[in-house]
Design a binder for this molecule. Sequence first.
Ligand code: SF4
Ligand code: SF4
Length: 449
Amino acid sequence: MQTSFSPAQLADPHMAASEKILRTCVHCGFCTATCPTYLLLGDELDSPRGRIYLIKDMLEGGKPASPEVVKHIDRCLSCLSCMTTCPSGVHYMHLVDHARAHIEATHRRPLHDRLIRGLLARVLPHPHRFRLAMLLALLSKPLRPLLGALPRVGNRLGAMLDLAPARLPNRSPGDARGTFPAHGPRRGRVALLKGCAQSVLAPHHNEAAIRLLNRHGVEVVQANEGCCGALVHHMGREEESKRFARKAIDAWLAEADRRGLDAILITASGCGTTVKDYGFMFRDEPAYAEKAARVSALTKDIVEYALTLGLPTAPRQSDLVVAYHSACSMQHGQQIRTEPKTLLKQAGFTVKDVPEGHICCGSAGTYNILQPEIANRLRARKVAHIARVRPDVIATGNIGCITQIGKGTDIPIVHTVELVDWATGGPLPEALAKAGLSESGRPALAAAE
Ligand code: SF4
Ligand code: SF4
């Protein structure tokens, strides 16, 4: 794609990076075929190619974001399916991140939009505030019809209440800052991101990861890193996300320099995609560029690391059918495709792919709150595809997907690591117990250990 940025514009490193991305696009339109919003809405401006044109026009013209541009960029899920499809290697993620930051800097949103976004940005990344908000949401559930009917904000308030769990898990021992020692001789030492929303909604994900790692000789440390910044990053709040990221970088590197770290592990793939991109985020900030790149290089999804542990292989597959839902941040953001399924199969589960697995479930960070109509349509589509493989359980690697899909189906949904933990000697995942499944479904792996 030809561009005509002025030398003065290109002196801005963000603009120079976006120009480079724009020039790689050859307008072929292959990406439109795998874009969820184009699939649902059929509007070229809701396709990756259409959005790329809008972003080019906005940035090149040095214009503030128009309501039209904001509408179509807001509808983008940042699912990154277009990046997987693009034959030219267009880095859409960095381009849309720049566009979102430009929108936040140049566009004044309507009051109701600013209020909801401000609320999400001030609550979600802070576990104490988020826990309180979830308790309030539980109490407000009876008011759902009233709140949902409020003009302008009703659909988003309704979505928040719908997504709030019926019961909040207790605080977890894994929440504490500290060290979880390896059982037996130590083979490795890792930091585990505690996470923000996940630590409130599903502390059992990290509990399963800690058990699995400790049992296989890995010491786990939880530094005081806080939120990784991903949630506000996707809302275009660049400085806020960098503040979170700097704190996380400092906490992890202090731990790495003190007692050594083999890896920084993440059990929410949405966070993993952002932390692996810290090196790019801080490339122009001398005090953090090198440190951020070091953190990104150390970062791994839990399944990537678990595969290096050489866990025992089950002698036979269990009858339990697992539908593996690959989160967009896992398959498109981090290009991790086979590893989770390999791990599950090795652990003895019968694993099935979900048809149309490359299309987003509609979760996408805060998207299911900010764009509930599109998100609900994507969920219905995802749940119908999952049902076609008739699974006993759904496994995935991202809390956002678990919340989103879980609201549309009675099939139990768990984190991949919960199943691998169970198969290798951990407890039956709570979601399976609630669905009436029992220990008798455990694959034969534990006996082989
Ligand atoms: S990130 Fe997803 S929703 Fe956005 S343009 Fe790409 S494929 Fe479409
Ligand atoms: S597939 Fe890639 S090169 Fe083709 S239009 Fe989409 S972004 Fe541009």
